[in-house]
Design a protein around this ligand. Sequence first.
Ligand code: NDP
Length: 285
Amino acid sequence: MGMAELLKGAPVAAALNGKLAARVAGLAALGIKAGMCIVRVGARQDDLAYERGVIKRFGTIGIGCKIVELPIDIAQQSLIDEIKKINADDSIHGVMIFRPLPPQLDESVVKHVLDPKKDMDCLTPVNVAKVFEGDETGYPPCTPQAVMEMLDFYGVDLKGKRVTLVGRSMVVGKPLAMMLLKKHATITICHTRTVDLAKTCREAEILIAAAGKAKMIKADFVFPGQTVIDVGINVDEAGNLCGDVDQAGVENIVAALSPVPSGIGTVTTSILAQNVVQAAELSLK
Ligand code: NDP
């Protein structure tokens, strides 16, 4: 058996970035610089790493990125006031509020404050509803969008295919299920109470892992010919970045596999950029 085709994120991101450069130039001709704002409460390492990635990517595309750093113990009303200021700022077309928020902040309240037109990562109920309705005028979360973009880029047909998803969070699994359904896939959503997870995964033609458990998808979870997309970002026992898929264990079995690192994670900031450019374009209408 041969090795799986590696579905790398870089070519997917490069294709997206190329298309965005032209749109950014179009906006610039109208005197508009697409601009995003990151709202970060505290300074978690993974937030800072993501933020650095966004600033770098946006810099090369020509999108502005403002950082609003707020104290970890900020009161809820102060955060709400900050979000309202951003809502009213015409130079900011898109906003990403890093989650999870610290415990004194109630996401179920905060999520109603952000203007859905600026909501780049599907925090607001309006955008959540649009994903579930299949209404493409909203902004689904960036990670599921990155998965859809990768499948499309590598020509993975979804119509009528059996897709198994591991994970049912509101950030990845549930919205991704709806987006796959819109493309006419037949979806199975697995989670911690799923009985015989390995068998359910093996039965899929396309397997998508978004559980956040290092290397949990092993050789007995996969089947020859499968396409496997690994959304997980974890650290293994040696302290190295790894996905939910045991790459060494499955790459001799499956047909195609997205690696971690260099897979889906590489695409998400370009998706975010695409959302911001779209929001900037729509702000003209
Ligand atoms: P959550 O922890 O919110 O959700 C994990 C989901 O996986 C839950 O539905 C959980 O089930 C399920 N799950 C966990 N362990 C198992 C298991 N052993 N068997 C079956 N199901 C399991 O994580 P997120 O959805 O936020 O993120 C998932 C992964 O994706 C993480 O590794 C995260 O780091 C990564 N991620 C990557 C991004 C990227 O850009 N590449 C962006 C966002 C996240 P239950 O509901 O029953 O608890």
